[in-house]
Design a protein around this ligand. Structure first.
Ligand SMILES: Nc1nc2c(ncn2[C@@H]2O[C@H](COP(=O)(O)OP(=O)(O)OP(=O)(O)O)[C@@H](O)[C@H]2O)c(=O)[nH]1
Ligand SMILES: [Mg+2]
Length: 269
């Protein structure tokens, strides 16, 4: 989706469960509009936050006209849950064999044949989300599947979320990149103030942790960890909005927020 739109609409890291929301990406050209819904990956939820993530998957799968199942041939075989979920969807399913820039297409073929046995696939595309191999053909093929109709969004729109959403996601991306073990999975980010000035945006955000002990880890010795997090987050926000940013980060403890339904909901999930 990011490659197609030429913009970092949805954050991506090497760690699983980076995506927690339904992230909307809109592709438009002269005669086509495709609305992409990026979702979390399918997992067995163990706590409220993960349950909310799976509700997002449920919603997207109902709203979509077409399912793009992104398969990483370097990863483990898709779980039974993923296969069962896909089997229960009565819509065209595309298998996108990703990372073809670093994985041999021939080598992927046995894995693809196995998935073809298990699933009724409308199409198989070999792509690279990073370098764009196969992406033009994919758009063409999606276009041929969709029902004609008026566009849902103005042509220049790339997404529909407010800037605050992208800002909190970009900070969360840095938490995923810079912290280890349970920290990324215990944090969420809330933008609490956003003031636009002529040449700078002043943003204040809270990083909410799940346990008291995590606060110290986020701040680090002498505040070095949070300082570094602030610098990297500011840089990526500046790149996204194309403007200078002043960013202030605070860490707040919300004991077991990710296990509590009302907190999970209040925090935007
Ligand atoms: N080499 C290569 N790396 C890729 C490609 N597509 C994604 N990646 C990398 O794979 C990792 C995972 O990408 P994500 O977009 O976060 O994957 P996801 O399936 O959305 O994962 P979650 O949001 O965590 O469920 C990131 O480090 C990406 O940079 C690709 O085509 N080629
Ligand atoms: Mg993702």
């Amino acid at each position: 989706m990011n490659y197609i739109l030429g913009s970092k609409i949805s954050i991506a890291t090497h760690k699983p469960q980076t995506t927690r929301h339904q992230v909307v990406g809109i592709f438009s050209n002269e005669d086509t509009q495709v609305v992409f819904l990026d979702t979390p990956g399918v997992i067995s939820p163990k706590y409220e936050l993960q349950k909310a993530m799976m509700k997002t998957v449920e919603r997207a799968r109902k709203d979509a006209d077409l399912i793009l199942f992104i398969f990483d041939p370097l990863d483990k075989h898709p779980t039974d849950e993923v296969i069962e979920m896909l089997k229960s969807i009565n819509k065209p399913i595309y298998l996108l064999v990703n990372k073809i820039d670093i994985y041999d297409r021939e080598k992927a073929q046995a894995k693809v044949a196995d998935l073809e046995k298990k699933l009724k696939l409308t199409a198989v595309h070999y792509v690279s989300a990073l370098q764009g191999n196969g992406v033009d053909e994919l758009i063409e093929s999606i276009r041929a599947q969709l029902m004609p109709g008026p566009p849902f969004y103005p042509k220049e729109d790339l997404s529909e979320h407010p800037v605050r959403f992208f800002v909190s996601e970009l900070i969360r991306e840095q938490v995923f990149l810079q912290f280890q073990e349970e920290i990324p999975y215990s944090c969420t980010v809330e933008v609490i103030a956003y003031e636009e000035d002529t040449d700078i945006d002043r943003i204040s955000a809270e990083i909410i942790v799940n346990r008291k002990s995590q606060k110290g880890m986020l701040i680090g010795k002498g505040g070095t960890a949070i300082k570094n997090l602030g610098i990297k987050s500011r840089e990526s926000i500046e790149e996204f909005i194309g403007k200078k940013v002043f960013l202030e980060l605070h860490v707040k403890v919300r004991e077991k927020w990710r296990e509590k339904e009302n907190w999970v909901r209040n925090l935007g999930y």
